[in-house]
Design a protein. Structure first.
Length: 190
């Protein structure tokens, strides 16, 4: 069944994909493959367990610096001091199911668990060493239109509260991933 979107050529939730891999060295972003194609043989497809994704590109802020005297237009002398570019951020909500979604990506596995169980701990040395590569890709069914946003050498800064929003709802958990500006990429298919 073909549906007409209004406005046309807009992406909806069903067009989205989210892939993650740890360590980030398992994925290489270079000019031999698209960002979405970089996950062809590694990583986890986690889009079936995530909603409410927000991508915030790195931002630059400016601070006004005032100086003595006036300029030729009778304004006080001043300039805008450019601050360092901030981090790129990916936030979302995990819908919790019957198995791990990103826990092993964040912390690695802790060996001291009963047989048949896998135990994790956040905050250990294993956590601080874990870097993540993540790609959010939006594509139409015919793959003629595609946009991808990649986070390389990223870190999980939040695996939030586990909560249920009501008696008929599902359990969910917020997460946040950040990376340096040099490790954030976005591309569009021409």
């Amino acid at each position: 069944m073909v549906t007409t979107r209004s406005p046309t050529n807009t992406w909806v939730a069903r067009d989205g994909r989210l892939y993650m891999a740890a360590p980030a060295s398992n994925v290489t972003f270079d000019n031999t493959a698209s960002l979405s194609g970089s996950f062809a043989s590694v990583g986890y497809s986690v889009e079936a367990a995530v909603k409410n994704i927000t991508i915030t590109p790195p931002e630059t802020s400016y601070e006004k610096q005032d100086f003595m005297g006036q300029d030729s237009n009778n304004f006080q002398r001043g300039l805008l001091d450019e601050k360092p570019v901030g981090t790129a951020t990916l936030t979302g909500t995990l819908v919790l199911g019957n198995n791990e979604t990103v826990e092993d990506i964040i912390s690695g596995t802790v060996s001291s668990a009963p047989t048949g169980y896998t135990r994790y701990q956040l905050g250990s040395d294993k956590t601080s060493d874990r870097t993540v590569a993540a790609v959010v890709t939006l594509m139409t069914v015919d793959t003629a239109n595609e946009a991808s946003f990649a986070f390389d050498n990223a870190k999980f800064t939040k695996l939030g509260d586990t909560r249920i929003s009501g008696p008929d709802a599902h359990w969910e958990q917020d997460f946040t991933i950040v990376c340096l500006p040099k490790d954030y990429y976005f591309e569009f298919k021409d």
